[in-house]
Design a protein around this ligand. Structure first.
Ligand code: KIV
Length: 275
């Protein structure tokens, strides 16, 4: 049985912190599942970390569906949440059509939408129609050209608006909220103010849970991870070393050996070659 939005709510109520992680394909979902990650996010960050784009804006519904379907197939217990991509929920009609495709074609259990008061009516409508919605405030990368890529809501007026946005999403029926790059004291205050779970990324330790991007957590990028990320492994270096060893073995003839090859009766070979 999969974890439900009610289980996630119960985790907040019992004070159990929630670990969420992005996953983009079958093997990452299966590994996260073995590590008992309760909530997986098929984030539109896949446009950047998997497809090499500069922003999340080029990600399409088809991209999301293909990756989300693989994550659903690779997991059996985790609650799988998928992002609706840039401008696929600009109107209520668009949101319903996009939600229908991602829920039906990928089989995810919930969707994440970026934005506050302005999208609250859409969140309400989707929730009424049976779509669990996770909100996303603070740095919302789909709006990076208007917001900039920096910590949000540092000043009182912007912080007040963020609290209003969070309350509006909760009132509209959102089951949880992501806060990205928000000052820790503000994120902690929002977490205390809301009934629904607040999942932080670069928002300090006072949230109900944390979400991290797979590649940041595992060191799959060359160079430094973002400041808000913690590297739990250096898999990128391990992969590079393994690939160098493979290239070296092919060049030197050390791979393959008889262990990786199949034999043939010499007579059969000679008959085949007309000898
Ligand atoms: O797309 C994504 O991976 C996200 C997380 C950073 C929260 O939205």
């Amino acid at each position: 049985m999969r974890i439900t939005v009610f289980d996630i709510q119960a985790m907040k109520e019992s004070g159990q912190r929630i670990a969420m992680l992005t996953a983009y394909d079958h093997p990452s979902a299966a590994l996260a599942e073995r590590a008992e990650v309760p909530m997986l996010l098929v984030g539109d960050s896949l446009g950047m970390v998997v497809h090499g784009a500069d922003t999340t804006l080029p990600v399409t519904l088809d991209d999301m569906i293909r990756h989300a379907r693989a994550v659903v197939r690779g997991s059996s217990r985790a609650l799988v949440v998928a992002d609706l991509p840039f401008l696929t929920y600009a109107t209520e009609g668009d949101a319903i059509a996009s939600a229908r495709r991602v829920m039906q074609e990928a089989g995810v259990q919930a969707l994440k939408l970026e934005g506050g008061i302005s999208i609250a009516p859409t969140v309400r409508r989707l929730t009424e129609l049976g779509v669990p919605v996770m909100g996303h405030l603070g740095l919302t990368p789909q709006a990076q050209h208007t917001l900039g890529l920096r910590v949000q809501a540092r000043q009182a007026e912007a912080a007040r608006r963020l609290v209003e946005d969070a309350l509006a999403l909760q009132d509209a029926g959102a089951f949880a909220l992501v806060l990205e790059l928000v000052p820790a004291p503000l994120a902690a205050a929002v977490t205390r103010r809301l009934r629904i779970p607040v999942i932080g990324i670069g928002a300090g330790a006072g949230c109900d849970g944390q979400v991290q991007v797979w590649h940041d957590l595992l060191g799959l990028f060359p160079g430094k991870s973002p400041r808000h990320a913690k590297r739990y492994a250096d898999i990128g270096t391990a992969i590079e070393e393994a690939l160098r060893a493979y290239v070296g073995d092919v060049r030197s003839g050390a791979f393959p050996t008889v262990a990786q090859s199949s034999g043939m009766d010499p007579e059969e070979l000679s008959r085949a070659l007309g000898g």
